[in-house]
Design a protein around this ligand. Structure first.
Ligand SMILES: Cc1cc2nc3c(=O)[nH]c(=O)nc-3n(C[C@H](O)[C@H](O)[C@H](O)COP(=O)(O)OP(=O)(O)OC[C@H]3O[C@@H](n4cnc5c(N)ncnc54)[C@H](O)[C@@H]3O)c2cc1C
Length: 405
């Protein structure tokens, strides 16, 4: 039993689990080996209603809460992190900023197509000199005759180059005052002249996901493609990452669950010294630790998502959930390989793929070092602490608000 989920959530979990088990599992190793993005699986995730799942019906969504998205991502990651990453990135980084910061016209123009499964949308923040420090952005947009003229380059962009990719939300410099950059966000359609996308190959993980290098040479887009206000770029990107981190955490949780289940099955089946290795306390204790970490991770993540779904501040909890779920994904995947012995080192074993796929989770959307910085700032900031205590007092009818320590 989980206090955060209802029957509808659990029905969705079963539906996605069935799809992942029956349609994804048998092709995951092959797609990983070939580094192949699957347009077909992307379309079918859309057919299941997983794209824009948390959007209102009027924009093409399913009118569900954000926890529904996390459950879908978790279940997909339990089987294949690459497909889970397409699902997570498109929903949180692609659809998210347009839904949360777009004008009504932008929402109506873009969102319905992004909910079908036919298309994905990307989020362009990272550049050669802008990783953890997103103010390192060098890409620029200049307003000339009511059009933005964009020049620059983005790196490591999920869902940026496949045939499904429809465009990108881009952080650019739109001005400068006293040496301080004015950062803004602009929507750029893939069909824009001068916009080129190149798949980045040779990744150790998420090999069947689309990661791209994007270049912009005198790309001309209408002035109304600005998302939010001028100068709001950093705020939009950071708010987007607060929600994105929940989906990365869900990937860590799902991957850990998948690796744990594989390890449990194998420990039951593999015999040494005349009995299943599960009977050795050293192995049983590993499994006990794995199961405990997974349960703690799920509680932390679902609580963070509950705060979001119920309109509370959730930035700190989202950072905590992402940090913890990604770290336990590493620990659990590592022990899953250990339990498999040499068999866990073979490409034919799912735990070998899980072991590689977890590695990005402590890097993308805020490295673990940056997340500790974010969490420690929340904890040590006096103003935030004061408003947190005030919110708690005002919110004393709310069951889970007291968990917010
Ligand atoms: C498969 C994949 C998909 C991605 N998808 C996207 C996407 O869709 N959109 C997008 O914009 N980006 C994307 N990224 C980029 C990703 O978000 C960045 O890699 C991440 O933000 C970290 O930046 P970096 O790799 O440049 O590391 P750096 O920032 O260069 O960090 C290097 C090391 O220094 C540490 N460090 C840096 N600053 C500090 C500090 N102040 N204190 C302590 N330690 C510090 C880091 O923690 C890290 O250990 C993707 C990356 C990958 C691999």
């Amino acid at each position: 039993m989980n206090p955060y989920t209802n029957k509808e959530h659990e029905a969705l979990r079963l539906k996605v689990r069935e799809f992942a088990e029956n349609e994804v599992k048998h092709v995951a190793t092959d797609l990983d080996e070939k580094e192949e993005f699957s347009r077909d699986l992307t379309q079918r995730m859309g057919d299941l209603g997983l794209f824009g799942i948390y959007l209102p019906k009027e924009y093409g969504g399913e009118d569900k809460d954000y926890l529904s998205l996390l459950i879908a991502v978790e279940e997909m990651a339990r089987v294949d992190a690459s497909q889970a990453s397409t699902l997570a990135a498109h929903n949180s980084l692609g659809i998210g900023p347009i839904y949360y910061f777009g004008t009504e016209k932008q929402k109506v123009d873009y969102l319905p197509a992004l909910c079908t499964g036919k298309h994905v949308w990307a989020f362009g923040l990272t550049e050669e000199n802008a990783g953890s420090d997103s103010r390192g952005t060098q890409s620029k947009a200049e307003l000339i005759n009511e059009n933005w003229i964009i020049n620059g380059r983005k790196k490591f962009i999920s869902n940026g180059s496949s045939e499904s990719s429809l465009g990108v939300t881009l952080q650019v410099i739109t001005g400068e005052e006293d040496g301080k950059k004015e950062l803004s966000v602009i929507l750029v359609d893939r069909s824009t002249l001068g916009f080129n996308a190149y798949p980045m190959k040779g990744k150790m993980m998420w090999r069947a996901s689309d990661t791209a290098d994007l270049t912009f040479e005198d790309c001309k887009v209408p002035q109304e493609n600005l998302l939010g206000e001028l100068g709001q770029g950093a705020k939009i990107m950071l708010k987007t990452l607060d929600s994105g981190r929940l989906t990365i955490a869900a990937m860590g949780l799902g991957l850990a669950q998948g690796a744990y289940e594989e390890a449990l099955k194998y420990a039951n089946k593999r015999e040494q010294f005349g009995k299943p290795i599960l009977k050795f306390q050293a192995i049983a204790f590993k499994l006990a630790d794995m199961a405990t970490k997974i349960q703690a991770a799920r509680a932390l993540l679902y609580q963070a998502c509950w705060l979001k779904d119920n309109g509370h501040e959730f930035g700190k909890q989202s950072a905590m959930a992402k940090l913890y779920c990604s770290e336990i994904a590493r620990e659990v995947a590592n022990e899953a390989v250990q339990i498999h012995g040499a068999h866990g080192l073979l490409k034919s074993s799912d735990v070998e793929r899980f072991y590689r796929d977890q590695r990005i989770l402590e890097i993308g959307e805020g490295t673990s070092e940056i997340l500790r910085l974010v969490i420690s700032r929340h904890i040590t900031s006096k103003d935030k602490e004061k408003s947190r205590i005030k919110a708690k007092v005002e919110d004393d009818k709310t069951r889970f608000a007291y968990c917010d320590n």
